[in-house]
Design a protein around this ligand. Structure first.
Ligand code: SAH
Length: 247
């Protein structure tokens, strides 16, 4: 069986128990070397073959999977595999080869970034929506999802793969509708020992975070400055299925 496993954002103890147990019995591990913490490979048996996919093509990844005679093959992707993981093309190729696979979710870097920022992405009356997107780079973004049009909602936004274009990104966000004083942050290598947080506004973040070129998320929105309003769920006067509110 082939398992696509989310390795988590970096700290080795942020992989799931299921992911760790599969790594412990893997015969072959193909890991995304550019982002997966190599410390995770210490869970593998000494006889497990570990290949770094950074220098491999899709065809080479598939060839390694099909050539493996062992029972357990792990394709280890950073964060959660459902976000910018390029797993779809692998799954479709495996479907064509009639090779079975399963997906084990992981802790995305967007969750690790919220933890580092001590932020809740969804606050009552501030934003109840999180938009996950990226700037177009060598990988295109559909025209109808341009940052400028997403910005009109002024929801919480988490931007992957875009920190190297921070000046353009912040300009698009402002031109799309966020006020220039909207709080924004760059979180570099969330959960790694070298984690760094730079806070600012859309107007000044490009200058403050100009040193950071990769492995970072950009978080935008008024949730970053908190909320005075409390939730209804834990309000004494609010009745719901598990608790009777007081008058
Ligand atoms: N599937 C991954 C994302 C892969 S795309 C996930 O769920 O996190 C790679 C991009 O993710 C990087 O360019 C960066 O924008 C972001 N990223 C990955 N790990 C990160 C980390 N520890 N801290 C901040 N951003 C990270």
């Amino acid at each position: 069986m082939i398992y696509f496993i989310g390795a988590g954002p970096g700290a080795p103890d942020l992989i799931t128990l299921r992911g760790m147990r599969l790594l412990q019995r893997a015969d072959l591990v193909i890991y995304t070397g550019s982002l997966v913490n190599p410390e995770l490979l210490t869970f593998c048996r000494p006889e497990c073959v570990c290949l770094n996919s950074a220098s491999m093509t899709l065809e080479e990844v598939l060839a390694a999977m099909t050539a493996c005679s062992g029972e357990t093959i792990v394709r280890l992707h950073t964060g959660d595999p459902s976000l910018y993981g390029a797993i779809q093309e692998q799954m479709e190729a495996l479907d064509r080869l009639a090779l079975p696979y399963e997906i084990v979710p992981g802790v995305s870097s967007m969750s690790a970034a919220a933890a580092a920022l001590r932020t809740e992405y969804t606050l009552p009356s501030v934003s109840q929506t999180v938009i996950i997107s990226r700037m177009a780079g060598r990988t295109p973004v559909p025209e109808r999802e341009q940052i400028r049009s997403l910005a009109g909602h002024q929801a919480t936004m988490v931007l992957f793969l875009s920190v190297s274009m921070l000046p353009d990104l912040c300009r698009e966000l402002i031109e799309g509708g966020y006020p220039p004083d909207t709080p924004a942050a760059v979180v570099y290598k969330a959960s790694w020992p070298e984690e760094a947080i730079i806070r600012g506004t859309l107007a000044d973040l490009p200058r403050k975070a100009s040193d950071i070129r990769k492995t970072a998320l950009v978080v935008v929105g008024r949730v970053l400055s908190g909320s005075a309003e409390r939730s209804r769920l834990y309000d004494p006067s609010f009745t719901h299925g598990f608790r009777e509110g007081t008058k």
